[in-house]
Design a binder for this molecule. Structure first.
Ligand code: IVH
Length: 690
């Protein structure tokens, strides 16, 4: 190991106030960089948070007094870049290749044989390090300064994510001066999120009503590809570097010394206990086994180890195939599977009455997560996998996806109960069960408390009536205490009825009642959506609103009339007709109206040419922070514009929120104007005012 230069900490706690300002600034920046490195990379802080904060404040104050001396590699400059309209493109120093991967020991042995044969060596030294399950990036440092960072993209060109990478505290904005950084360095690394941080982020997102990320990898990718670096800054990203891609001086002669060099310049590399230099392939296999055993205790996800021929000259001799180096291989871990027992199969009832079989499992830990339930989807699936109560099964969790039963493991001589059968009566309300193909459903409608709860949840949801504070738990209480037996009952709730419920204090009661009262004024499309009519989602609700303008017109439309509408087919029309034919549904709507529900109907389309956005076609991609998607779309429509779901030459604007999808690429390809959410907001504000 090279000596740790950062151990030479200054005994001083503040700069020498009599020195020239530039010297004080240099001293402070160097000192803060050291402590960042010790804290974020070495996990070995040398000063208290308070002392660090004082240094940082000292630097900020000095910079505020001398703004002309601020440099972009100062520790104070990690955030604050203005949001981008789109991420720029970067061509990599050289193609960012991928790795061939293997899982079996036999394949590793074959890899070793191949290396020995091609190099005509008896013995080869390997470096083994984690295969981080994150997002591959390239970083470029010029004269010690971080000048650019980009995603891998297609391997040749990626996206410029410099402003977001700059917010990652473990990533130095400046290499260590005392380690003589090269004139130019391009390095490859991986950006990822630690499991704890990922879970914390998801918790916060769901509390805010945002959709949670499926796994740490997606969370890291979504955070890194933000247009607004303030969002990235709030996301707990980390980075590890593992490969020099370009260097202005003679490169180190082995992968191992390459990692050491990176560390000396202050870059984060895999920690010592997670990498090893192995003299034989048997040592590689043993290390793989060792790490696989502790894999679930690691603070981050790894999906295997990367085995690299250590010596650079040998790497060069081996060279590359089209997409991967010959001298390295990903030695993956087998997917996480555990064996457990199905204790019972129960049936859950969803919002529309669908019955779903669910396996209750003897709790088992799969990849650090305890699993006690797994969905069996539908009756056909249960029959196909032949799962019965008491069976021994293999459960699987790949990445962070929902657990599933992979297969049943037959146990010789076991006595099994009769095959699982769907119940003839709803397990919640006892109503008869109907059937359509593999799907079974409860016919009890809102008389079934499971369906009632689901219907209220849907009615109150963001896209529909948007009643804040009416979540799953509250709804369950309202239904179970018989305070709400229909949608209309929501508008009959009073303070006196709510207060005795668990978790209801004066304030929360007042807030909920207020939110319910506010929801009484609602646009027709939201109201239609909220009714939860089968086949009528957000889009169809809008189509109906546009076509018919009033609720009565929709309620009275027959099949023939509905089928004249372009986007409405026989399934939707028959669902609508049968819904509105039902006396109970008509009564429910009448009751809502009697209780003061004001459905804002559309009197028919306004003459389009008179509106400011007439003729303009908007496409949205990515998540919005200032508006809900629906509100943004409603604004455009109100101003005469139209919304399309795909980008074409006719598109006028693409509005790119955070984590934009391929629509953004398409817009750039076609040269269509791209608006950030802020720019969009300005535009509509201006048009609304004008
Ligand atoms: S070496 C030419 N080392 O795994 C060298 N890759 O397809 C190529 N990865 O997306 C990469 N940890 O981003 C290397 N320690 C590591 C790695 C690593 C993760 C990723 C890499 C790539 C994928 C392989």
């Amino acid at each position: 190991m090279p000596p740790d230069l950062f151990d030479n900490l200054s005994p001083l706690k503040q700069p020498d106030a009599s020195a020239p300002v530039q010297e004080q600034l240099d001293w402070l920046r160097q000192e803060i960089r050291k402590h960042d490195y010790l804290y974020y990379v070495k996990d070995r802080p040398a000063i208290s948070d308070g002392e660090y904060d004082r240094l940082f404040k000292c630097l900020s104050d000095l910079e505020a007094a001398h703004p002309e001396l601020i440099t972009d590699d100062s520790p104070t400059q990690r955030v604050g870049a203005p949001p981008l309209a789109a991420l720029g493109k970067v061509t990599h120093e050289r193609p960012m290749l991928s790795l061939d991967s293997i899982v079996n020991q036999a394949d590793v042995l074959a890899f070793d044989q191949r290396m020995k044969r091609e190099l005509e060596h008896q013995q080869i030294e390997y470096t083994v390090e984690p295969k981080f399950d994150g997002l591959s990036i390239e970083l470029v440092y010029e004269r010690g300064r971080l000048v650019r960072g980009s995603t891998r993209g297609d391997g040749t060109t990626g996206e410029d994510v410099t402003i977001n990478l700059r917010t990652i505290r473990s990533l130095p904005l400046h290499l260590r001066n005392d380690a003589f950084p090269p004139e130019r360095l391009a390095v490859r690394g991986e950006v990822y999120m630690k499991l704890d941080d990922f879970q914390g982020l998801n918790r916060a997102m769901t509390e805010r009503g945002d959709e949670a990320f499926a796994n740490p990898r997606n969370a890291a990718a979504g955070s890194l590809r933000q247009l607004d670096s303030n969002i990235a800054a709030a996301r707990p990203l980390v980075v590890t570097c593992y490969e020099i891609m370009a260097l202005s001086t003679e490169p180190p002669d082995s992968h191992w010394s390459e990692l050491d060099a990176l560390a000396e310049w202050g870059l984060p590399i895999p920690i010592p206990s997670h990498r090893r230099r192995c003299q034989t392939i048997e040592e590689v296999i043993a290390f793989h086994r060792e790490i696989e055993q502790v894999r679930d205790n690691l603070p981050y996800e790894i999906d295997g180890l990367v085995v690299k021929v250590n010596r650079r000259d040998l790497q060069e001799q081996l060279g590359f195939k089209s997409r991967s180096p010959r001298w390295a291989i990903a030695f993956k871990f087998v997917p996480r599977k555990e064996i457990t027992v199905v204790q019972n199969i129960v049936v859950s009832v969803g919002r529309t009455g669908t019955l779903t079989p669910v396996a209750l499992l003897r709790p088992v830990e799969v990849g650090g997560v305890t699993i006690s339930r797994a969905t069996l989807h539908n009756a056909d699936e249960v029959a196909r996998k032949d799962i019965r109560a008491g069976d021994t099964v293999k459960v699987e969790r790949a990445g962070d996806v929902i657990p599933a039963i992979a297969e049943r493991i037959p146990v010789p001589g076991e006595a099994r109960p009769a095959p699982f059968a769907m119940p003839g009566q709803c397990p919640v309300c006892g109503s008869a069960v109907g059937r359509e193909g593999a799907y079974y459903y409860c016919t009890g409608q809102l008389g079934c408390s499971a369906q009632l709860k689901g219907a209220i949840e849907h009615f109150a949801s963001k896209q529909a009536l948007n009643i804040d504070g009416l979540g799953k738990k509250t709804i369950a209480q309202l239904v179970e205490h018989h305070l709400v037996g229909s949608l209309a009952d929501l508008y009959r709730l009073t303070r006196d009825r709510l207060l005795p419920l668990e978790g209801f204090a004066e304030k929360s009661t007042a807030l909920l009642l207020d939110a319910i009262a506010q929801s009484k004024t609602v646009s027709l499309d939201r109201f239609l959506l909220g009714l939860g009519i089968r086949q009528v989602g957000q889009h169809i609700a809008k189509v109906l609103t546009k076509e018919f303008g009033t609720l009565d017109a929709i309620m009275n439309a027959d099949d023939a009339r509905l089928l004249t509408v372009k986007e409405i087919g026989p399934e939707i029309s028959s669902s609508l007709v049968s819904y509105f034919r039902e006396a109970a549904n008509r009564r429910a709507i009448a009751q809502l109206r009697e209780l003061g529900m004001a459905i804002v109907e559309q009197a028919g389309p306004a003459p389009p040419e008179s509106l400011p956005l007439a003729g303009k076609i908007f496409v949205f991609t990515g998540g919005l922070d200032l508006f809900s998607r629906d509100d943004a779309k409603a604004l455009v429509e109100r101003l005469g514009g139209t919304i399309s779901s795909s980008v074409s030459k006719r598109t006028s604007f693409v509005v790119a929120g955070h984590d934009p999808g391929s629509k953004l690429d398409q817009a750039q390809k076609l040269g269509i104007a791209v608006l950030t959410e802020e720019a969009f907001s300005e535009l509509v504000k201006k048009e609304t005012a004008g």
